[in-house]
Design a protein around this ligand. Sequence first.
Ligand SMILES: Cc1ncc(COP(=O)(O)O)c(C=O)c1O
Length: 387
Amino acid sequence: MISQAVLEKNRGSSMIRQMFEQGQVLRNKYGADNVYDFSLGNPDLPVSAQLTAALIASAQEGRHGYMNNAGYPELRAMIAGREQQRSGRPVTEQGVVMTVGAAGALNIILKSLCNPGDEVMILKPYFSEYLRYCENCAATAVPVDCDPDNFLPLTSAMEQALSPKTKAIIINNPNNPAGVVYDAAFYEQLAALLSRLKQPVYVISDEPYAQIVYDRTTVPSLLRYFPNGIVAYSWSKSLSIPGERIGYVAVSEDCADYEDLCQALVFCNRSLGFVNAPAIWQQTLLKLGDYQPDLTIYQQRRDLLYSLLTGLGWDCYKPEGAFYLFPRSLEADDQAFAQAAAEEHILLVPGRGFGMPGYVRLAYCVDEAVIHRAEKAFHRLTERYRS
Ligand SMILES: Cc1ncc(COP(=O)(O)O)c(C=O)c1O
């Protein structure tokens, strides 16, 4: 008999995957063009010619051996330079560890920081995998309520959530699923709150969507506002390569227990079995340097889907980043609403998976044609709820 704990956790987890599987059944039955799948955050933009060329050149160099568990020093130095420039804090190659995506980054950060029973604040609506990552190091995730009008955490809820056991806070900026960008004013407010505590609280920013922002919004540098800041970055979304698994952790020399933390991150990269981030992707990133693909198409899709839903009377926050909409479901039971949507061949994810029942998430990393084709189905779905 395998682990009872894993059996139970697995049973209750991943509504997103369940929707994905339901989508497969619908596609087989009705044809792919008649199913409108907004369930998965899997970027559909093709990778650019520059990226492919850099990847091929890396393959031709034939460097596939083990390396320092932290990654290639020259790439880490390049990233450290960027983080230092962005934050104004001292960041060196030592403070950068290459990781297996943001998921790998978050797991080595939490494992490095947490003793069993330590608490990690997570902000609603949250990426549900945070619960699993906390469990992995026997830490307790403490969700914090937000203002439903703007999805900013309530100060009173944050104050209440803090305790002598609080070790860290995870901020996902921009946020999946709400698309909110936590701004500098929020960081200042949080920094003031944390400065009143006796123990150092590490502030972790999970930033796989940092390059996907709209209307000239920028994501503030976490390290600028928090000496005990830890950045978890990934190229999964910005380069459309989530299957390739490449990201990094960055900390500044101002961080509490800096030397120990750097060593712990490298140790955990090894001991959790990642060993090091994929060599070929590290080489590819070195070749790409400051290259950034054009991601403005996500803004067109946001505008299209947002206008469609709000035009039908849905109550929806206009995202400043990421590629998700998080409207209120048209009935209180978000799971029943997702089921009703599936009957119209629309796949979306119930908000309870993100700690917020009564909402649903739609991922718009899909072709605009899918949004256009889905229009009638959204009309029919809305009609069901008109009395
Ligand atoms: C908020 C958030 N954090 C982390 C991840 C994991 O990213 P990666 O694929 O780089 O591990 C995702 C993936 O969807 C995400 O949405």
